[in-house]
Design a protein around this ligand. Structure first.
Ligand code: ATP
Ligand code: GCO
Length: 193
């Protein structure tokens, strides 16, 4: 009796995630994004590095950005993320305030870059009072505490209809927030592998 030939198992390559770390100024985007990028060994793209000189000047002068100021910045961040994957990365971590849903929608288009690319947002959730304190205490940054209120005025918090968003409360001490964010990210990666 001949042995039954085994059906070859098709290996599906793991998905490549673009992690967008979001939230208003001072919520910890840079801190958490650098940590996650280091832990997952992924490239880190700092959103603030891609604001135009005039955007930075505006913010430094206490003038909030408008939608028009943000469109090309959002497109640039999306392109940078896709570029990182095109150059062979297994994923990447990007900081972007992404305060409005339509801004997140612009970034979401990166998910069409290739069938294995998935965009996920990590929303760092905090109260205005807490972020005011954290921005006040931070030195050497162009974004000052007088601008925090404006961030909350336009903030559209992701709701349950945005299923690609992981919410991480950031009122806890930093080691706890880091662990929580990483845990949520790793769970998604496990579920999608
Ligand atoms: N969980 C935390 N507990 C205490 N301090 C924190 C926590 N998370 C961040 N910080 C501090 O708060 C400040 C703001 O953090 P960070 O610069 O990472 O925020 P951000 O969202 O990137 O800000 P921005 O958008 O203005 O660049 C920093 O001084 C950081 O060390
Ligand atoms: O959309 C915006 O208004 C900006 O991206 C801001 O969020 C700042 O750049 C940032 O918070 C300072 O780091």
């Amino acid at each position: 009796m001949g042995s039954i030939p085994s059906t070859p198992v098709k290996e599906t390559p793991p998905l490549r995630h673009i992690w967008i770390i979001t939230g208003p100024s001072g919520c910890g985007k840079s801190t958490i994004a650098q940590f996650i990028a280091r832990e997952l060994q992924l490239p880190y793209i700092e959103g603030d590095d891609y604001h135009s000189e005039s955007n930075v000047q505006k913010m430094a002068n206490g003038i909030p950005l408008t939608d028009d100021d943000r469109w090309s910045w959002l497109e640039t961040l999306r392109n940078k993320a896709v570029e990182a994957l095109t150059f062979g990365s297994d994923g990447c971590v990007v900081t972007c305030s992404a305060l409005k849903r339509k801004y997140r929608d612009i970034i979401r288009l990166a998910g069409h870059a290739a069938p294995d690319v998935v965009v996920r947002f990590v929303y760092l959730q905090a109260s205005q009072e807490l972020l005011l304190q954290r921005v006040k205490a931070r030195a050497g940054h162009f974004f000052k505490d007088n601008m925090v209120k404006g961030q909350f005025e336009i903030l559209e918090e992701p709701d349950e209809t945005e299923q690609d968003v992981l919410v991480v409360p950031v009122k806890h001490d930093l080691p706890i927030v880091k662990a929580l964010a990483l845990q949520k990210v790793e769970l998604v990666m496990q579920e999608s592998s």
